[in-house]
Design a binder for this molecule. Structure first.
Ligand code: ATP
Ligand code: MG
Length: 397
């Protein structure tokens, strides 16, 4: 089974790309499921077909689904929540506060991912393509299995002492439910889910961008975090490219010219990942026939279900007090490296190549000491965080 997730800023074309990839995959003979986890679903609209909480068959090998995460949480984990809020109330937490606290952070995200995994297995799909919510939320979602496990471990630790007092109450509320077992089952499920999401043979993360500065920057940040957590990114979709040849009139020519610069920025930012381009279509894209054209134009003779890039696009390792960031740049010519760091931004130039990066917090707070480009790999060394200036004020106690 393959799992392909599309990520990107709001409105860049994630849903269109996910649906087009799914249509293409089905044409190539794969049993394909395209599923939306975004609460603001628009997949049914793109496919121009009604979709529900269970997979709906659209063509011979294509199924679509919009999961209702909130319903899922209520259905499967409602009891667990009741149990947790009961425990909290027994500890003297106010009723409404207890209800809120009983919502394990990231529960919804975890539930939707668990659901997708189960569906993929039960439905015997060759490939599941996920149309996710805009990047910020999705990156958070992908780190959730870890946060969740940490949290669940704390809850289980409470159990022996708190349970004794709470048991009669819990029994009355959720008869015959063994919550400890439920939580353990959930934790096991999350662990397996984590393995699936990190397995480069199974999961591929693809970034969707437009030739626009902020869109590219956000995708670069997402790529950094995905690399940090070990999620395998295998390509970038550059969507809404204006055809330079067809641009007529000063306004369109100028827009196309500006886009050229950002197209270069996309190549510099995501090298060595493959980049697939999609033109800006001059009409609405709706339904399987439209999406089939988009998918073919996008991937040409590439099979989008196969893994398109293997290996690391960046690596951050600790070296004593310092950190070393390694960026493989196989297509960059040898040249003098110039580097500037401003807050969480790092600007690198090697000859004609430029990369603007947004650094993860760990590196942003450290000074960039040295950059060397050797054997196609750029290495940037970050020193120990600078000491904050001493203040005269007394510490707040
Ligand atoms: N290459 C393109 N040419 C023309 N229109 C496009 C193109 N790509 C997407 N669109 C249109 O732009 C709109 C937004 O696209 P889409 O819904 O795929 O974006 P999204 O990233 O999923 O948005 P959201 O973040 O809101 O989920 C849709 O109406 C879609 O048909
Ligand atoms: Mg969308």
């Amino acid at each position: 089974m393959r799992l392909i997730l599309y990520l990107g800023k709001g409105g860049v074309g994630k849903t269109t790309t996910a649906a087009a990839t799914a249509v293409r995959a089905a044409e190539l003979g794969y049993r394909t499921l395209v599923v939306s986890t975004d609460v603001a679903h628009s997949l049914a609209d793109a496919l121009d077909a009604p979709l529900g909480a269970l997979p709906t068959q659209l063509t011979e090998r294509l199924w679509g689904q919009e999961i209702n995460v909130l319903d899922e949480v209520r259905q499967h984990w409602g009891q667990l929540r009741t149990y947790l809020s009961t425990l909290l109330r027994r500890r003297g937490v106010d009723e409404v506060a207890a209800e809120e606290l009983a919502i394990i952070p990231g529960m919804e995200e975890v539930v939707s991912l668990l659901h997708i995994r189960r569906q993929a297995r039960d439905g015997n799909f060759d490939v599941v393509i996920v149309d996710a919510a805009p990047t910020g939320e999705t990156v958070r979602l992908l780190t959730m299995p870890e946060t969740f496990q940490w949290y669940a471990a704390r809850v289980m630790d409470w159990e022996p002492t708190t349970l004794k007092a709470a048991r009669p109450l819990v029994k009355a509320l959720v008869p015959a439910a063994d919550m400890f077992a439920t939580l353990e089952k959930l934790t096991k499920g999350v662990e397996a889910l984590r393995e699936t999401l990190l397995d480069p043979e199974v999961s591929s993360y693809r970034l969707v961008v437009n030739p626009e500065r902020m869109v590219i920057k956000e995708a670069q940040r997402a790529a950094t975090y995905l690399a940090l957590f070990g999620y395998p990114v295998d390509g970038v979709v550059l969507n809404r490219v204006l055809p330079v040849e067809a641009a007529e009139g000063e306004f369109m020519k100028e827009l196309a010219r500006i886009q050229q610069g950002y197209r270069q920025m996309v190549y510099d930012t995501f090298d060595p990942l493959p980049i697939w381009q999609s033109p800006h279509y001059a009409r609405d894209l709706r339904g399987v026939a439209d999406l089939s054209l988009v998918g073919q134009a996008l991937f040409k003779d590439v099979d989008p279900v196969k893994v398109q890039f293997q290996g690391k696009t960046q690596e951050i390792v600790r070296d004593g007090d310092e950190y070393v960031m390694r960026l493989p740049l196989p297509h960059v010519e040898i040249g003098k490296v110039a580097m500037t760091k401003r807050g969480d931004e790092l600007f690198i130039e090697i000859g004609n190549f430029r990369r603007d990066m947004i650094l993860p917090t760990t590196l942003a707070e450290r000074p960039a000491r040295r950059a060397v480009f050797k054997n196609g790999v750029l290495e940037v060394r970050f020193g120990a965080p600078e000491a904050l200036p001493a203040t005269e004020e007394a510490p707040v106690v």
